[in-house]
Write a protein that binds this ligand. Structure first.
Ligand code: GMT
Length: 378
């Protein structure tokens, strides 16, 4: 198949999933055309089946905000037409699904019927999409897509409860490349951070409010009162400054290191004993899956789709959002030398169920079904 993938090119989860999906499909022989405003972060090599089309955003003194959606729709029209695409797959509804709708209508005028699949990733539904300033367009563009997928059962339910959706939504979960995300031998790194055998906790995120990064620091503070421990914070974002100030207030700076944005996050995960994700909202929790693939148990909140991934008491523990006391107790249980090896084993076993090789066929079948249904309507 010839597939156009539209996504955000940045570090966000939806962009990572879209890029890895395209790379995986290209390996299976499909021709993949990425359409976005910058080269996707993880698309930094040559492959004969991978193409990248940059959206040209023209500015003009009249525009306070350049109309990205129009430039994107125009680019989609030209790529579909000149590359003879079979399907467009847009990741994150805003503004990709409505831009795809516009492109589809333009192409229809020229006798080209391009099926559009929209994948809902999380905050496009649970936070931003719900806002009255976007909701009508999000509802319309989901209903107008030829296929819609959500990354968890919870996100599927949330979509039905917040929007007037008249069509089926298929759940296709996030996935992981176990060839890349696996425990590596990095003992020297562990020794440098934890010279006295301290337990190592890790958090990775974009440090947005929705991630409740403050809970990470507070849980760590409580854990460290009980056992020797260190915390690595990977990523960057709006909450980082505040967190650095909080560490100073709590006097934990010597035991917490902020590493900023890292490409090779699997190297850090390889030496971790516990991954913590206390999010307010989280449709799936790709970062937690990456940790599990590196044999790291996870301590999470019960937000959104996380309990579908984290099997409570097996791969880690699921606690109520904001329950620092319970999180501290559960962290200590996981980090106990008696329990840790079993949690690690279970985390890896669970991650294997989301291996990319299990999930790619689900997308391939869904594309095929959508193309056939769209062509049957013409
Ligand atoms: O908010 C983010 O963390 C980024 C966001 C995105 O769409 O870029 O991530 C969402 O999509 C990921 C991939 O499907 C999911 O694994 C994340 O759980 C989800 N984030 C939230 O729901 C907050």
């Amino acid at each position: 198949m010839k597939i156009g993938i539209v996504c955000y090119p940045t570090f966000g989860g939806s962009g990572v999933v879209a890029t890895e999906l395209g790379k995986g499909l290209a390996k299976l022989g499909h021709e993949i055309h990425f359409i976005t405003y910058r080269q996707p972060t993880r698309l930094d090599f040559f492959s004969e089946n991978l193409y990248y089309h940059e959206v040209d955003i023209k500015s003009y003194p009249l525009f306070e905000h350049a109309p990205y959606e129009l430039a994107l729709a125009s680019k989609m029209v030209s790529v579909v037409k000149y590359e003879n695409l079979d399907l467009l797959h847009v990741h994150y509804a805003i503004p990709h699904a409505s831009a795809a709708y516009m492109a589809k209508q333009i192409l229809k005028e020229e006798g080209i019927h391009i099926p559009v699949v929209t994948t809902l990733h999380g905050t496009d539904i649970t936070l931003v999409g719900k806002d009255p300033s976007y909701e009508p367009v999000v509802t319309f563009s989901i209903n107008q897509s030829d296929g819609v997928t959500a990354v968890s059962e919870d996100l599927r339910k949330e979509t039905y409860s917040h929007f007037k959706i008249k069509r089926d939504i298929e759940v296709i979960p996030n996935f992981i490349d176990l060839d890349r995300f696996k425990k590596q031998k990095k003992e020297h790194f562990k020794l440098a951070i934890c010279p006295h055998g301290e337990k190592l906790m890790v958090h990775t995120s974009n440090f947005r409010k929705v991630k409740r990064v403050e809970d990470v620091v507070r849980v760590f503070y409580e854990v460290r009162k009980e056992i020797p421990a260190k915390l690595l914070m990977v990523g960057d974002g709006p909450e980082r400054d505040k967190m650095e100030r909080l560490c100073r207030e709590l006097g934990t700076c010597d035991d917490i290191r902020f590493l900023g944005k890292l490409d090779a996050v699997e190297e850090v995960l390889s030496v971790a004993d516990l991954f913590i994700m206390p999010s307010e909202k989280e449709s799936f929790g790709l970062a937690a899956l990456e940790a599990m693939a590196c044999e790291v148990p996870i301590l999470t909140s019960d937000a959104g789709g996380i309990p579908e991934l984290n099997l409570n008491g097996q791969t880690g523990y699921v606690c109520k959002v904001g329950d620092i006391k319970d999180m501290k107790e559960k962290a200590l249980k996981i980090l106990d030398d008696e329990n840790l090896p079993t949690f690690k084993e279970n985390a890896l076993a669970r991650a294997k169920q989301f291996d990319i090789s299990e999930i790619l066929p689900l997308y391939e079948n869904y594309y095929q079904k959508t193309i056939e249904a769209t062509l049957a309507k013409v």
